[in-house]
Design a protein around this ligand. Structure first.
Ligand code: ZN
Length: 275
């Protein structure tokens, strides 16, 4: 087949990124090439249209398509870990609109609305220095943990969203006994979801020279272990999550000079809109 003469006019990579997870949790077929120096392209018009489709948004489908379109080295964005997603979102935004993002923040002291231009390169720098702690010694066991994939994290968000909706509906129930019964049911569902997050975070448990990787065994162990063991695991998972939170930017109110921090959420369509 002859080459399209328009090819030199196709979009070009704008920046190159290195996955903070180093791809260690990815299957070889989910990435092409190495985790280093992955080219990132700006969004196409089609990417933008997909992002504006509300149904696609809720299912995470549009985010996956966006990542695979702008970072073609990522073949399966569902299996990307949550360690990498924020950096990838920031890189796509930089490749499309440049590194500056305008944000408006209300001063916590005097409620003045201040405008700031923040530099998204801060996100790239921040994640290149983050470390994931994947090992925990518990009760004579060596527990290997792993970050959730985008698919798992998205499924949990949807579940949580569903539970939140049910909770809101339950608030409206007038019969007190019925209301209590429904609340009890919901809290049980919520704790099952949370339990699932922890068992998904455990990749393997080493006991002596045996390595347990069967998720059914791991789940059963977590249901039956001492509360203190479960809490240590929870703290470990939470500490990793905190260490991998989005970085913040310092802010100073133009009116009262109070200092605060700017938090930016990247996983929503407004972040990818033109600012
Ligand atoms: Zn102020």
């Amino acid at each position: 087949m002859s080459q399209n003469p328009l090819q030199p006019f196709f979009r070009q990579p704008k920046i190159y990124i290195t996955l903070p997870s180093k791809g260690v949790f990815n299957s070889p077929e989910s990435l092409s090439g190495t985790f280093e120096n992955m080219p990132v392209y700006g969004m196409t018009g089609m990417d933008e249209i997909i992002l504006k489709t509300p149904d696609a948004l809720m299912s995470g489908e549009s985010t996956v398509k966006l990542i695979q379109s702008c970072c073609p080295s990522i073949k399966d964005a569902w299996s990307l870990t949550t360690l990498d997603t924020n950096l990838v979102y920031a890189a796509i935004r930089i490749a499309t609109y440049g590194n500056e993002l305008s944000v408006t923040q209300t001063c916590p002291e005097c409620e003045t609305e201040n405008d700031f231009d923040i530099d998204l390169n801060h996100v790239i720098e921040h994640y290149s220095n983050c470390q994931y702690n994947h090992k925990l010694t518990l009760d004579g066991l060596i527990v290997k943990t792993r970050p959730l994939t985008f698919k798992e994290s998205n499924d949990f968000s949807l579940e949580n969203y569903g539970l939140q909706q049910k909770l809101n509906q339950t608030e409206q129930v007038e019969d007190v006994n019925e209301k209590q019964r429904l609340f009890k049911e919901l809290f049980e569902e919520l704790s099952v979801t949370q339990q699932k997050i922890f068992s998904k975070s455990v990749e393997a448990v080493e006991v002596g020279d045996q390595v347990v990787t069967d998720p059914t065994y791991i789940e059963e162990w977590l249901k039956n272990c001492d509360k203190s063991v479960f809490e240590k695991l929870k703290n470990h998972v939470d500490a990793n999550r905190t260490a991998w939170n989005m970085p913040t930017w310092p802010a100073k109110c133009a009116k009262c000079e109070a200092e605060s921090k700017i938090y930016v959420e990247l996983d929503n369509s407004s972040f990818f809109g033109n600012a």
